[in-house]
Write a protein that binds this ligand. Structure first.
Ligand code: AMP
Ligand code: GLY
Length: 421
C-alpha cells in the first residue's frame, strides 16, 4: 500500500515509525514531515491545507491511503474533499471533526447522547447579560471556552466572578478572533485528567492505550499551558473499573451517537477526560491523536497499524487484532528556551546519535547544511518503553540528558506523581 501522511510534528514521526513497520507498506510519503520522518519514508513539500495540491500528488503517485495527523485539515473538510476519490482517508468527515472544531457542537452532542460532561451554556454577543446571569449561578473557579479552534489557548479558568465577567466580555468581543464569537461557560470539574484514544470505523472501535499528559511548562504543573511536556502510558489510576466505566458511559454512547446523527467517522477519537472520584467526565473531544501522547501510546501498540487502518477504511475494524504491550512508556518533551512564549530558532543540536536505547521523535528540528538545528518550540519527544514506570523514567531521563542545544529545557518530574499508585 502507498501511503501519504499529513503533518510535521512528533505525533507524525511516531505515526511514520509505526506505518514504516507495516508489512502492507510499499511506500510512505510524509507532507511536509521533518528530519525524523525522513528516516521512515520520503518527505514531500506540500501545504496540508491545499487539498487540490494534495490531490494532485495523490493522483500522480497512486496513493491509496491518506492519514491525517493534525486537526486543521480535518476541521476544514479534507475527508469530504476526497469522499468521491479513489483514496482511503483516515480521519472524520467535516461534521465529525466539529467535535473538536466547535465546543458548542461537542457539548450539544454529549448532552443529546447522555454522555457525562460538565454542566454548561453557550453565549454569543447578543446574550452577554444572560452569560453574566449564568456565571452568577456557578461557583468558582469559572471555566470559559472559545467555541472554535484557538491554537490550544481558547480555555480560560479564573477564580474571581468579576474577572470571569470581564473575560466573557473580552472573548465575545474578539479576544480569540472569530473562534470566540461564541463562548461555552461550564462548571469546573475537580479531579485528575486522563486521555483515552480509540480508533473507529464508525461502527466498531478499538481502545488504544490511555495516557496522562503533562500540559504546564513548569514542574509540579505550574506556569503556562503548552501543547504537552510529557506523557505516560499506561496510567495507573485508570484501572479496569474506571476504564470499564469509560467504555460504557463515554465510548459506546459516543460511537452510537455518531451513528444516530449520521456522522461519517473513520479515524481516531481522543477523549480528554476528568476522573472525578472514579467517575469519568468528558472535558473535550479531539478528532486526532494527541501530541505528545502518540509518542507514548503507539510504542505500546503491538499491531500492524496499516492493517487497523485498512479495517477502518473498509468498515471491517471489528475483525482486526489490536494487541497492547503491557510495558510502560514514558515520553519527555525537550523544548526551546522561552517556549511556550517567544523563543529563538536555529541552534545546533548535539547528542542525538549517542541515544541508542530509546526512541527520539523529532518535532521542531530541521537540517541546515549538514547540521541538525532547532526550528520550533517543541524540539524532540524522547520515549522509553520499559517493564516498570521506575525503569522507564530512569532510562528516558538518561537519554534526554544527552541532547544538547542552547537554551534547551525539559521537565524533570514527568511521571513522578504516578509512582505512588
Ligand atoms: P481543553 O482545551 O478543553 O482541553 O481545556 C484545557 C484544559 O483546561 C484542560 O486540559 C483542563 O485542564 C482544563 N479544563 C477544561 N475544562 C475544564 C473543566 N470543566 N473543569 C476543570 N478543568 C477544565
Ligand atoms: N497533548 C494534548 C493534545 O494533543 O491536544
Amino acid at each position: 500500500m502507498k501511503v501519504l501522511l499529513l503533518g510535521s510534528g512528533g505525533r507524525e514521526h511516531a505515526l511514520a515509525v509505526k506505518i514504516a513497520q507495516s508489512q502492507y507498506l510499499t511506500k510512505l510519503f510524509i507532507a511536509p514531515g521533518n528530519p525524523g520522518t525522513a528516516e521512515c519514508g520520503q518527505n514531500v513539500s506540500l501545504d496540508i491545507s491545499d487539498f487540490e495540491a494534495i490531490n494532485n500528488f495523490v493522483e500522480e503517485n497512486d496513493i491509496e491511503m491518506l492519514v491525517v495527523g493534525p486537526e486543521d485539515p480535518l476541521v476544514k473538510g479534507v475527508v469530504d474533499y476526497f469522499a468521491d476519490k479513489p483514496v482511503s482517508v483516515i480521519g472524520p468527515s467535516k461534521k465529525g471533526a466539529a467535535l473538536e472544531g466547535s465546543k458548542d457542537f461537542a457539548k450539544d452532542f454529549m448532552v443529546r447522547h447522555g454522555i457525562p460532561t460538565a454542566r454548561y451554556r453557550s453565549f454569543d454577543k447578543s446574550r452577554l447579560s444572560q452569560g453574566y446571569d449564568f456565571l452568577d449561578t456557578l461557583t468558582a473557579p469559572f471555566v470559559l471556552k472559545a467555541d472554535g479552534l484557538a491554537a490550544g489557548k481558547g480555555v480560560i479558568i479564573v477564580d474571581d466572578l468579576s474577572e470571569a465577567k470581564t473575560t466573557l466580555n473580552e472573548m465575545l468581543n474578539g479576544k480569540f478572533g472569530v473562534a470566540s464569537d461564541k463562548v461555552v461557560i461550564e462548571e469546573f470539574l475537580q479531579g485528575i485528567e486522563v486521555s483515552v484514544f480509540v480508533l473507529t470505523d464508525g461502527k466498531s472501535y478499538k481502545i488504544l492505550p490511555e495516557a496522562k499528559d503533562y500540559k504546564r511548562i513548569g514542574e509540579d504543573d505550574r506556569g503556562l499551558n503548552t501543547g504537552g511536556m510529557g506523557a505516560v502510558s499506561p496510567v495507573p489510576f485508570a484501572d479496569k473499573i474506571f476504564m470499564d466505566r469509560v467504555e460504557k458511559k463515554i465510548i459506546e454512547p459516543t460511537i452510537k451517537g455518531l451513528q444516530k446523527d449520521e456522522i461519517d467517522y473513520k479515524g481516531f477519537i481522543f477523549f480528554g477526560l476528568m476522573n472525578c472520584n472514579g467517575e469519568p467526565y468528558v472535558i473535550e473531544y479531539n478528532v486526532r491523536m494527541g501530541d505528545p501522547e502518540t509518542e507514548a501510546v503507539l510504542p505500546r501498540l503491538d499491531a500492524d497499524i496499516l492493517d487497523l487502518f485498512d479495517g477502518v477504511a473498509n468498515g471491517a475494524l471489528d475483525a482486526k487484532q489490536c494487541a497492547i504491550n503491557p510495558a510502560t512508556a514514558v515520553t519527555v518533551v525537550v523544548v526551546s528556551g522561552g517556549y511556550p512564549e517567544e523563543y529563538t530558532k536555529g541552534f545546533e543540536i548535539k547528542g542525538i546519535s549517542s541515544i541508542k536505547e530509546n526512541k527520539v521523535y523529532h518535532a521542531g528540528t530541521s537540517v541546515t547544511g549538514n547540521k541538525l538545528v532547532t526550528s520550533g518550540g517543541r524540539v524532540f519527544a524522547v520515549t522509553a518503553l520499559s517493564g516498570s514506570l521506575t525503569s522507564a523514567l530512569d532510562s528516558v531521563y538518561d537519554s534526554v540528558s544527552k541532547i544538547s542545544f542552547d537554551g534547551s529545557y525539559y521537565r524533570k518530574d514527568i511521571g513522578k506523581d504516578l509512582l505512588k499508585y
